[in-house]
Design a protein around this ligand. Sequence first.
Ligand code: C2E
Ligand code: MG
Ligand code: MG
Ligand code: MG
Length: 285
Amino acid sequence: RAKELGTARNEIFVSGMDTQAVQRWQLETDLRLGLKHQEFRLYYQPIISLKTKKIAGFEALVRWQSSKRGFVSPGDFIPVAEETGLIVPLGKWILEEACRQVSDWHEKFPHISPLIMSVNLSGRQFAQPDLVKQIQDVLDGAKIDGDRIKLEITESMMMNDVESAIELLKRLKGLGLRISIDDFGTGYSSLSYLHRFPIDTLKVDRSFVGRMEEGKDNEKYIQIVRTIVSLGHNLDLDVIAEGLETESQVKILEDLNCEYGQGYFFSKPLSREDAEDLLVKNPEW
Ligand code: C2E
Ligand code: MG
Ligand code: MG
Ligand code: MG
């Protein structure tokens, strides 16, 4: 009886693995098709100055409306794009599109410039030997200065090989680019190295921000957020709080002198058209 069960379990396990591999392979195939058929769009989430309540910039976030699958969340397809290497052509398109958009908005809305566009960079892109040249070419193609673009990277991308990461970041800074550490506090990074990285901004992960008010440990999360904000300030960095959803969260971050906020309280990620409507009205929150 036990043996029977064991065998049955094994079969389920094996066929379960098969299904997973097949599903992944299908997703990869659809991703390739999606790239070819231009099924990707960028959405833009405003980043707000907590002091002036004005739009300081946007984070470009990729969206996939697959002809076969409908809407697929980046949390589901970015990891597969990363594993398969498809993130390289996709990431290049994302960078080009973001640069085109920032150049276009610069012309259409000169009174609100300079807007800064944040673009997420994946680990695989960061490891490309010709990354600096590629970005230089994209900037030239869009005829924009590097200081219009801020790259978001994660702690783990920098900690892999600290010395090479510092070198690469210096070369990117040489193009005028700014650098943010995304999801700060959730990854693996060594505080003893942080001051050596030529970075501009820390983004406090929304998992901390979201737990500041409710739950038994909420006071501790306020302390964690406070600690990250003062760490950033001690290192002369700007801080962006991610995932602000409520007025009281905004209030807490304002009281901590956090420079910027981003989240549903201000706005969800917007289509280009909706982002333009917002820029036309240029509201203050
Ligand atoms: P991220 O870079 O940390 O982006 C922030 C995510 O939080 C976005 O999810 C955004 O829609 C979401 N968000 C913003 N404000 C709020 C809020 O107030 N509440 C909640 N619950 N969520 C909020 P999204 O667009 O689904 O992207 C998820 C992740 O996928 C991103 O995390 C990023 O790691 C990755 N990703 C998205 N676009 C790109 C891209 O163009 N390139 C690369 N390499 N990765 C991307
Ligand atoms: Mg990001
Ligand atoms: Mg983030
Ligand atoms: Mg995050």
